[in-house]
Design a protein around this ligand. Structure first.
Ligand SMILES: Cc1cc2nc3c(=O)[nH]c(=O)nc-3n(C[C@H](O)[C@H](O)[C@H](O)COP(=O)(O)O)c2cc1C
Length: 187
């Protein structure tokens, strides 16, 4: 398969997103990073869409958050995403890139900011995440993303797809030497 073709796992993942649409939980995945103390860190994020080119996907976060500091130090990540209706899990291993106010040549921040609800936007005007609880600041609203708004783009290089049907199936897709190779493996 050439780099220009859609990898099979991406078609399967898009199908899972579409088939599980009615379940609000299907929009959440877990992101694992490496902490600066070498312990893993994992947390839930909202899926914010696929790229129009290639096979990457996006989420948004607060530029002041711990995960952004971790990604600057170590950009390798794994996402784990379970779809309850179709009972399938995708584990996406690869690289994460953070786009912040001073580094967003492709305009991902403006595009994803425009797609956010007012309630989601308001969170980026809250006090620093993870800091001790203090006075709360009144949110203000803006059509342009504030400096606290960051976009994370994930580019998988290895995808482990497990389907919990009567007969379980599992396949491992790897991007090696410019090609995707999919291998069925034991569940
Ligand atoms: C259902 C759910 C959805 C969440 N979505 C996001 C999100 O899209 N972006 C985000 O930064 N944090 C999101 N969070 C909060 C994160 O899980 C996490 O607590 C926060 O980002 C701080 O993580 P950090 O200290 O590792 O940076 C979500 C939490 C839950 C429970």
């Amino acid at each position: 398969m050439s780099t220009l073709e859609t990898p099979a796992w991406l078609g399967q993942l898009k199908r899972a997103v579409s088939k599980n649409k009615r379940d609000a939980h299907s929009r959440y995945f877990q992101l694992a990073t490496r902490g600066q103390d070498d312990y893993p860190r994992v947390r839930t994020l909202v899926f914010r869409g696929f790229s129009d080119v290639g096979w990457s996907l996006f989420s948004v976060t607060d530029a002041r958050s711990e995960k952004v500091r971790e990604l600057a130090f170590h950009s390798r990540v794994e996402l784990s995403w379970y779809f309850t209706q179709t009972r399938e899990q995708f584990r996406l291993r690869g690289e994460a890139a953070v786009f912040s106010a001073d580094s967003d040549p492709e305009g991902h921040r403006q595009r994803l900011w425009s797609a956010l609800s007012e309630a989601a936007r308001a969170q980026f005007f809250w006090p620093t995440p993870g800091a001790p609880l203090g006075d709360t600041e009144a949110p203000s609203f803006s059509q342009t993303p504030p400096e606290t708004f960051a976009v994370i783009e994930y580019t998988p290089m290895e995808v482990d797809h497990l389907v919990l049907a009567k007969t379980q199936t599992r396949s491992l897709s790897e991007y090696v030497a410019g090609q995707w190779r999919e291998t069925p493996i034991n569940p």
